[in-house]
Design a binder for this molecule. Structure first.
Ligand SMILES: [Zn+2]
Length: 475
C-alpha cells in the first residue's frame, strides 16, 4: 500500500495508487513540478519540506576534530583551510603537490592558483569539493558554484576578517548552522581531556594509549605526559603491565570527570581491525620485553583493546570505531574492513559499539552487522562527504534493515567551515533519502520527520547520555 501523510491527502489521510500502475503517483508528479516552479530543480516538495524541517532540528554532532586557537596560529585564508580539509586528499589524488606549510608560506594567491588551480578544477564534481563549497556558501554567502581565482580572493579576504576574532567567528558559525554540541576527538593531544564546554564534549581517543604500550624506552625518557611518565610519577615499576594499566585507568577516569561521552578507536589507521584474545599472562611476558616483533606488538595491543572494552562496559561508555576508508592518500584500506570486528561483538554483548563512516566501501557489511547485533550502532559520520550518492544508497539500505534508533551523524572536520559544509551535505542526504522513500510509498512524511530528527539529535542525546533540555524539537 502506498501511504502518504501530511501532504496532498489531508490530515491523517491516505492515498492509494494501485490503479496508477508503473506511473509515478500523481502527487509525486505535482511535487516535482512544484519544485521546478519554486526554483529548486531536482528537489521534490517532500525533500524541500524535510530539508526545511532539518533546519529546525538542533544537531548533536558525534565527531569533530576542531582545534582550539593556537597562540602562534598563522593567518588563515582559502588555501590554509583547503590544506586542512578533506579536499586536499582529492587534489593530491589528482596529481597536485601537497599544500604543506612551506608551500603555503612561500606562495602568493596567484602562484597557488597556478600550482593548484587545475587540480581544483579536476575535483569540481567530488563530494569533498562540493561539501567544502557548501560550507563557504552557507557561512560566507559565496555566490558561485565553483571556486574561481576571483572568488578565492574574495573568500580569503572574508576569512582573514572573520579569523581576526576566531572565537567570535566560531561561536557565530556554530549557532548559525544549528549545532547544539560537538563530540571532540583531540587526536593531537590524546592525554588531555579538557575541551571548551560551551561547544564540545570530550571523547577519549585510545589509539595513542594502545600504540604506546610497546614504546616504553622512547616514552619513559620523554618530558611530556604519557602513560609511562604517569607511572613513573606514581613510583610504579615501568616494566610491569599493571603500571601501564593503572595509567590507562587514570586517563579513563580523567576523561570521565571531564564529561567524556565515548571512547574512540582509530587504530585502523595503523593496523588491522582484527583484535585477537590474548591472556593477561602472555601480555605481562610481552610487556617486560624490549625486543618485540611486529606480531608480538600486535598481541600486546590486542590485549589492551580487549581490556579497554571491558573497562568501557564498567564505565558505561560507548566505543566509536573507525571502519573503512582512511583520510590521506597511501594507507592500508584492506585492514579496515568492519567484518574484522565481528568477534568483538559476540565476545562483548554488553559493550556498546558505534561503527563509523558506513564502513565505506563496506556499507552493506556494517549495515548487516548493525542489523544482527543489538550492541552495534552506525554513525554516518564523514560518509556524506566521501560520497554523497553512496551515502544516500547506504542510508536507504540502513533504513530497510536497521531500527532507526541506532543511527547517528558527525562531521569529522578540523575547520568549522568544513563542519558546516559537511552538515549541509548530510542534511541533503537524509532529506533526499527520506523523500524518495515517501515518494515510493515506503514511508509517511510524519515518520520521515521523526527519523530525520532522530538521526541528527534525539538518538545521540539518548545513547550518549546527554541530559539538559530534553524537549523534542518536534514537540
Ligand atoms: Zn575523525
Amino acid at each position: 500500500m502506498w501511504r502518504n501523510e501530511g501532504f496532498g491527502a489531508g490530515a491523517g489521510g491516505q492515498v492509494r495508487n494501485e490503479r496508477l500502475g508503473r506511473l509515478p503517483p500523481l502527487p509525486t508528479l505535482v511535487l516535482v513540478l512544484a519544485a521546478w516552479a519554486c526554483g529548486e530543480p531536482g528537489r521534490t516538495e517532500w525533500e524541500r519540506r524535510l530539508r526545511a524541517h532539518l533546519e529546525t532540528v538542533p544537531v548533536v554532532d558525534c565527531h569533530e576534530h576542531i582545534r582550539p586557537l593556537q597562540p602562534d596560529e598563522r593567518p588563515q585564508n582559502f588555501y590554509t583551510i583547503v590544506a586542512g580539509s578533506y579536499l586536499h586528499a582529492d587534489l593530491v589524488s589528482a596529481g597536485a603537490p601537497p599544500l604543506d606549510a612551506d608551500v603555503l608560506q612561500k606562495s602568493d594567491p596567484v602562484q597557488l592558483w597556478e600550482s593548484h588551480g587545475r587540480f581544483l578544477e579536476l575535483t569540481r564534481q567530488t563530494t569533498y569539493y562540493r561539501h567544502l563549497l557548501a560550507g563557504f556558501r552557507r557561512l560566507y554567502d559565496y555566490p558561485d558554484d565553483a571556486f574561481t581565482p576571483q572568488g578565492i580572493d574574495r573568500l580569503s579576504d572574508q576569512i582573514a576578517r572573520r579569523y581576526a576574532d576566531r572565537d567570535a567567528w566560531f561561536a557565530h558559525a556554530f549557532r548559525q548552522a544549528g549545532f547544539e554540541v560537538m563530540f571532540l576527538d583531540k587526536h593531537w593531544d590524546p592525554w588531555n581531556p579538557e575541551v571548551d564546554t560551551r561547544y564540545f564534549r570530550p571523547v577519549f581517543n585510545i589509539t595513542a594509549l594502545v600504540t604506546s604500550i610497546s614504546r616504553r624506552s622512547a616514552l619513559a625518557a620523554s618530558a611530556g605526559n604519557n602513560p609511562f611518565t604517569m607511572a613513573a610519577g606514581r613510583g610504579d615499576d615501568l616494566r610491569e603491565l599493571g603500571s601501564y594499566l593503572r595509567s590507562a585507568e587514570d586517563l579513563l577516569q580523567q576523561f570521565q570527570a571531564a564529561g567524556a561521552v565515548a571512547i574512540k578507536n582509530t587504530l585502523a589507521y595503523s593496523r588491522t581491525l582484527r583484535f585477537e584474545e590474548v591472556t593477561r599472562e602472555r601480555a605481562e611476558t610481552l610487556f617486560r620485553r624490549d625486543d618485540l616483533s611486529p606480531p608480538e606488538v600486535r598481541e600486546l595491543e590486542d590485549f589492551l583493546v580487549h581490556w579497554l572494552i571491558e573497562r568501557s562496559i564498567a564505565a558505561d561508555l560507548p566505543i566509536q570505531i573507525h571502519t573503512g576508508y582512511l583520510a590521506s592518500n597511501r594507507l592500508r584500506l584492506d585492514q579496515t574492513d568492519p567484518m574484522l570486528l565481528n568477534n568483538l561483538f559476540i565476545r562483548y554483548p554488553r559493550a556498546r559499539f558505534v561503527l563509523f563512516h558506513g564502513g565505506y566501501p563496506w556499507t552493506s557489511q556494517v549495515t548487516a552487522l548493525a542489523k544482527m547485533f543489538p550492541n552495534v550502532h552506525l554513525d554516518l559520520v564523514w560518509l556524506p562527504q566521501i560520497t554523497k550518492s553512496k551515502a544516500m544508497a547506504a542510508l536507504d539500505e540502513m533504513l530497510d534493515t536497521v531500527p532507526y534508533n541506532k543511527l547517528f551523524w558527525g562531521g569529522d572536520c578540523h575547520y568549522i567551515e568544513e563542519s558546516v559544509g559537511s552538515l549541509e551535505v548530510a542534511r541533503d542526504v537524509v532529506a533526499a533519502t527520506l523523500a524518495a522513500r515517501i515518494a515510493r510509498g515506503d514511508l509517511s512524511e510524519s515518520l520521515a520527520r521523526e527519523i530525520a530528527t532522530a538521526i541528527f539529535w534525539e538518538n545521540a542525546r539518548r545513547f550518549f547520555g546527554l541530559t539538559a533540555g530534553d524537549e523534542s524539537p518536534d514537540g
